[in-house]
Design a protein around this ligand. Structure first.
Ligand code: F6R
Length: 245
């Protein structure tokens, strides 16, 4: 794991965007794996600028989202279908038909999860952007998730639903379940770029990078991957020992 600390979330986003672009250029067939939420927004904004300034053409890239809520129609503004279209597909000028999000509105979410796992794995190389939850989750792999877990139906913890309630009128509107790539699915990517900012992430970041590899902190399993790059602002890096950032 290589950790870079920047003075602000925007600076961290700019560094992370450069790393993502380099990894994509190095692997012309690689899919782009994308996270939703607040953490990657500075990364996507910088990447959109880079793509525009440098005339990079991402139109032939396939993208895969990490997760989607269950039971939310895709046209709901806070469904991850809608968030990915808004934050990623549009700004990066990807072709919508090449951008995939798990089908959380499927009649059979278990089958939809299995189909998604197969599609992600079949694509081959993937440059995966991830955030981290304050409880150490990656994707919606909550504490207790196995290292070799695959895309599946998961139940969100009360903490995760509370954290995501900022996007909804109340916590009761936050779905209770999601389809999420597994930890094993995420670890199959060739390059993983983790981005985080803010003091609320400091404990999870420190546990993931310096603590034991344990199901209690799903992000700690990233340490067994050969190419993980972590981009932090000072607040989210504040509990790391000095030499790691
Ligand atoms: C999002 C995802 C989650 C988030 C994490 C942090 O697709 O899978 O793991 O990355 O919950 O969320 P934010 O960035 O909103 O703090």
């Amino acid at each position: 794991v290589i950790v870079s600390t920047a003075s602000s979330p925007d600076q961290a986003g700019a560094l992370a965007a450069t790393a993502v672009l380099e990894a994509l250029v190095a692997e012309p067939r690689a899919a782009l794996g994308v996270a939703t939420g607040g953490s990657p927004q500075p990364l996507y904004a910088s990447l959109a600028r880079l793509v525009g300034d440098e005339g990079v053409d991402l139109r032939s890239r396939t993208a895969y989202a990490l997760d989607e809520y269950i039971g939310m129609p895709p046209d709901h503004p806070e469904s991850y279908h809608a968030v990915v279209a808004r934050d990623v597909t549009g700004p990066l000028r990807l072709r919508p038909e090449l951008v995939h999000v798990p089908n959380g509105a499927a009649e059979d979410p278990v089958a939809a999860a299995a189909a998604y796992e197969e599609a992600v794995r079949a694509h081959g190389p993937r440059v995966q952007v991830i955030g981290i939850g304050a409880n150490g989750h990656i994707g919606f792999n909550e504490p207790g998730s196995a290292r070799d877990s695959v895309t599946r139906v998961v139940e969100l913890t009360a903490e995760t639903r509370a954290a995501n309630s900022r996007f909804f009128a109340s916590v009761d509107e936050v779905p209770t379940h999601a389809i999420s790539q597994g930890i094993g699915t995420i670890l199959a990517a060739s390059t993983i770029v983790l981005i985080a900012h803010g003091a609320t992430k400091a404990e999870a970041v420190a546990a993931a990078i310096t603590g034991p590899e344990t199901t209690d902190v799903p992000a700690s399993f990233l340490r067994s991957h050969p190419d993980v790059r972590v981009f932090l602002d000072e607040a989210s890096a504040s509990l790391l020992p000095q030499h790691t950032h």
